[in-house]
Design a protein around this ligand. Structure first.
Ligand SMILES: NC(=O)C1=CN([C@@H]2O[C@H](COP(=O)(O)OP(=O)(O)OC[C@H]3O[C@@H](n4cnc5c(N)ncnc54)[C@H](OP(=O)(O)O)[C@@H]3O)[C@@H](O)[C@H]2O)C=CC1
Ligand SMILES: O=C(O)CCC(=O)C(=O)O
Length: 487
């Protein structure tokens, strides 16, 4: 078996220099569409590297916070220009390292550029309010100051957008950053950091340390890290939150979803089918906002199912670099095993497999982590496939008679991230908005789909009840000072 190697070795980025880990250990980052291809080597760092990065971030803090927001924003505009210039190369690296299709990777990279420009503009916007004081002649107002050093821990499913939507607001509001991206997509993350470097970010203001759980944990535990922003699984998120709380650091967690779509009898079924396929199967179902449960009113259950199956069976699965492929592989062997385990569990619990359910291992795809898009029916709310986040291309269909019943089943999970309904009835829309447990509510639109200028986050166990993106980022990345002035 020939092993194709690319020579790129990514170092940590500490105090403005690309620095090998003190451990002298590296790991290969592989292409999930062809595990014989090594995309690059990344550092497998430890607590010593984290400490060095945090020291650099602390040292850079004072000068960075002293700059005006406008000046910090100017640097982010330059970073956006560099990312835009390198968009094709970075999108291709993302596809090779993470598996999503090239059009999706291009879309995500363009979104990264837009997020940088949005937060660059934030540097020129207001950070406080004048509030009437009770004493005549006195001036009372609020202003905001950065937290200090922020630890950014990110997953592999959006390796450009998520690091940027956390780091860009942190930086523009005057924090310095130590980033720990997922090991699966560390080469892509390193390229994002190169854009900050090329854009002229001062040394120590943004730092990158690659490595596994030990690195993440050291960052969360470091006494000089003032805030932690995390996206990933619930298990890890809970640990991060507990450690941060124990030492009094501010934290923000964005975690899983088990997102429902309700299809009412009056829905446009073609639109609903398109949305379920796009929301459930794009990025191979690996989005926290992905559709995983579909509740269909009984009158339209059969026509909806037939239309859905007809389209799902025709989806092209292959390497994300193949222009014919609509869906790529899952990201890793761990993810492959997890998804296949849930498919077996669904069958064992009595759900009926309508299509898919198998790993794809024909000649062209046997070296990749490809899974057929999978649809189950006769799923009951108590089954594990109806309760737990699978994070793969698996849909569960469930019929309902009355909207109340659908809402009850939709809410009967521990998550509350996103949810959508397809209906033309304004009364049903309003009941849905009122009753559904979700931070992101979508009407006649797929469950995935996040706008960078709007608050993003979930209810219940999907988040730490905080929000990120848009103006919501100001709440997390700054502290308020209330000022009273008697002249
Ligand atoms: N909400 C979302 O968007 C996401 C949800 N998930 C869910 O999580 C499942 C497992 O995926 P996985 O990649 O393991 O997710 P994790 O939550 O473990 O990983 C997210 C990030 O946290 C880091 N990390 C791991 N352990 C710790 C720790 N103890 N302290 C601090 N940071 C840590 C990871 O590092 P490392 O690179 O070493 O893993 C990664 O950078 C998926 O199947 C899916 O259900 C996954 C990704 C995104
Ligand atoms: O749907 C999106 O664009 C973002 C989803 C997300 O934040 C995630 O999966 O982690």
């Amino acid at each position: 078996m020939s092993v194709q190697t690319k020579t790129v070795t990514c170092h940590n980025f500490i105090d403005g220099s690309w620095t090998p880990s003190k451990t002298e250990r590296v790991e290969a980052s592989i292409n999930p569409a062809n595990t014989n291809e090594i995309v690059g080597y990344v550092q497998n760092s430890d607590a010593r590297d984290v400490d060095q990065a945090v020291k650099a971030a602390v040292a850079a803090q004072r000068a960075w916070r002293k700059r005006s927001g406008v000046e910090r924003g100017q640097i982010l505009y330059r970073v956006a220009d560099v990312l835009e210039k390198r968009a094709e190369e970075i999108a291709e690296t993302m596809t090779r390292e993470m598996g999503k299709t090239l059009p999706e990777a291009r879309g995500e990279t363009a979104r990264g550029v837009a997020i940088l420009r949005y937060y660059a503009g934030e540097g020129s916007r207001k950070i406080g309010d004048v509030i009437p004081a009770s004493e005549s002649g006195a001036l009372m107002f609020t202003t905001r100051v950065p937290l200090g050093v922020v630890g950014v821990i990110t997953p592999w499913n959006f390796p450009v957008a998520i690091p940027i939507w956390k780091a860009a607001p942190a930086l523009v509001y005057g924090n310095t950053v130590v980033m720990k991206p997922a090991q699966e997509t560390a080469v892509t993350a390193a390229k994002v950091i190169q854009c900050f470097e090329e854009g002229g970010i001062p040394s120590g203001v943004i730092n990158l340390v690659n490595g596994g759980a030990e690195v993440g944990q050291s960052l969360v535990n470091h006494p000089d890290v003032d805030g932690i922003t995390f996206t990933g699984s619930n298990d890890t998120g809970r640990k991060v939150g507990q450690l941060a709380l124990a030492r009094g650091a501010k934290y923000q967690l964005e975690m899983g979803g088990k997102n429902p779509v309700i299809v009412a009898a009056d829905a446009d079924l073609d639109e609903a089918v398109e949305a379920v396929i796009s929301g459930g199967l794009k990025t191979t179902g690996q989005k926290c906002t992905a559709t995983s449960r579909v509740f269909i009113q009984r009158e339209v259950y059969n026509p909806f199912r037939e239309k859905l199956l007809d389209k799902v069976k025709r989806l092209q699965i292959g390497s994300g670099l193949d222009p014919q492929a609509w869906m790529g592989p899952v990201v890793s062997e761990k993810q492959l095993e997890k998804v296949l385990w849930y498919i077996e569990e669904g069958k064992r619990e009595g759900a009926v497999l309508l299509c898919g359910g198998e790993r794809i291992q024909d000649e062209g795809r046997k070296h990749g982590y490809f899974i057929q898009p999978t649809v189950f029916e006769h799923v009951t709310p108590a089954m594990r496939i109806a309760q737990e986040e699978i994070f793969g291309p698996v849909l569960a269909l469930m019929p309902f008679d009355r909207l109340n019943e659908a809402l009850e089943m939709a809410n009967d999970v521990e998550f509350g991230l996103s949810a959508s309904i397809f209906t033309k009835d304004i009364g049903k829309m309003l009941s849905f908005i009122e009753e559904i447990d979700a931070g992101m509510i979508r009407i006649n639109a797929e469950s995935a789909g996040v706008e960078l200028q709007a608050p993003f986050g979930g209810m219940k166990k999907s988040s730490s009840h905080s929000r990120e993106q848009g103006q919501a980022a100001l709440e997390f990345f700054t502290s308020i000072k209330t000022v009273f002035v008697r002249a």
